[in-house]
Design a protein around this ligand. Structure first.
Ligand code: ADP
Ligand code: MG
Length: 402
């Protein structure tokens, strides 16, 4: 059991110049080249002063984590989502103790962890590539940590309990070596190898990304059962929103080394903090239109939108705003609505729905509607945005306006 708290954690990677065929000496010289090393020192002092640093291109540094504050409550699973290279793996590695942060602190139940070695943090980590020892039978993969620690006598009982937790069909995998197992089976062994050590924290780094769709949903259910049964504090990194929703009690959305928003799916989907979160969460993505506030309404290239009383009092005339509306919150009206031209229709057979791509004047718009509207490319339709669901953002700061 553990509560995990990250406080202002920053991790910068210095991209070492790596030209093809460069020897070690050349690399060292390149490191010490005036713009290289002094830029590094500038970066460090800028970091210390809390100032923003340059782009990776201009400096050769990547701020993989940028002052991250995050609380994972005891027994809670947080799904961590975000685009590639936003720092998700780095965050897990810092929590696990595999990387030391440049700044900030990590607490487990209030205890500072930065100086505590990885092996003493009680963490089980499951990676995308299963990272099993290929030459050892699965049983030995589970037993390994006990053997190297001289705790052989615990092995039979631990493996027995773990097999029981892993459920039907796991026992038979134990006598086989990883290369003879399917991807899903290897991932089960990898998960079992974490459980056997009785961790107080579970870290998952896109564990299902390499599995096909059927195995993915099976293994997802297994992981869910596991997390529910023991209420182990966990961080679950994924690209897949369905997984994030299924497994996470709350979702944290990350962008360029920072946490943009943390909340339940309902909160993050219904009241996104900014345009990034609004566009990242939900599928197909939210539609956005840039416009300007005029008298009591917002003007866009192809339509006007009346502002609610609350927004009207808070937003000055002339302010640049972005209107956001999700595809599932648009309907097709009889005679009234914003005129649009149908371009492409994609049926979603399972959901008895269709994704319709239209253009509103010059701008694209995606809607998700029931199959009972027979539409073909070239049709003219009238769109109605659900007024309860329309969101406004500031065009400059990109933050949500209420
Ligand atoms: N060991 C490393 N050395 C240099 N740069 C790194 C290293 N690890 C990660 N990075 C950089 O840090 C950023 C975040 O990486 P990562 O945490 O792996 O992202 P994610 O898991 O979200 O895809 C990326 O720009 C990546 O290139
Ligand atoms: Mg990653």
């Amino acid at each position: 059991m553990a509560e995990i708290r990250l406080e202002k954690v920053t991790k910068v990677f210095w991209e070492m110049p790596r030209a093809a065929g460069m020897g070690l000496w050349d690399q060292i010289k390149a490191m010490l080249r005036p713009h290289g090393y002094s830029a590094y020192l500038r970066q460090v002092s800028a970091l210390e002063a809390g100032r923003a640093v340059g782009t990776p291109e201009s400096t050769g540094y990547v701020k993989a984590m940028d002052g991250v504050d995050l609380l994972i409550r005891d027994g809670e699973t947080i799904s961590l989502v975000g685009p590639s290279a936003c720092g998700k793996t780095t965050l897990l590695r810092v929590v696990a103790g595999l990387l030391e942060p440049d700044q900030g602190q990590i607490y487990f139940d209030g205890r500072p962890m930065v100086a505590v070695p990885a092996k003493d943090r009680g963490i089980g980590m499951v990676f995308q590539n299963y990272a099993l020892y290929p030459h050892m039978r699965s049983f030995e993969n589970l037993a390994f940590t006990f053997r190297v620690r001289d705790r052989e006598e615990e092995i039979p009982e631990r493996v027995r309990v773990t097999s029981e937790i892993m459920g039907v069909g796991f026992q038979v995998l134990l006598s086989r070596k990883p290369p003879t197992l399917s991807g899903g089976e290897q991932q089960r062994v990898a998960i079992a190898r974490c459980i056997v050590r009785d961790p107080s924290v579970f870290l998952f780094d896109e564990p299902l990304a390499n599995l096909d769709a059927k195995l993915r949903s099976q293994t997802r259910v297994e992981i869910k059962r596991l997390l529910r049964r023991f209420a182990i504090t966990a961080i679950y990194v994924t690209h897949d929103q369905v997984e994030a929703i299924a497994l996470g009690d709350r979702i944290a959305v990350m962008k360029e080394g920072q946490i943009s928003q943390v909340g339940t799916y309902r909160e993050v989907y219904g009241a996104p903090a900014n345009t990034f979160v609004a566009g990242f969460v939900g599928s197909p993505a939210m539609n956005f239109y840039g416009g300007e506030v005029a008298n009591g309404q917002a003007r866009f290239a192809d339509f006007d939108w009346p502002l609610s009383q609350a927004l009207r009092s808070g937003i000055n005339v002339g302010r640049r705003v972005v209107l956001g509306i999700r595809p599932e919150h648009i309907t097709i009206g009889e005679n009234e609505g914003i005129s649009a031209l149908v371009e492409v229709v994609e049926p979603l057979i399972n959901e008895r729905a269709q994704i319709v791509h239209v253009t509103l004047g010059q701008e694209p718009c995606v809607l998700k509607i029931g199959r009972h509207f027979p539409l073909i490319p070239g049709d003219r339709v009238r769109l109605q945005f659900d007024p309860q669901r329309v969101q406004f953002f500031d065009a400059g700061t990109e933050e949500r306006l209420e």
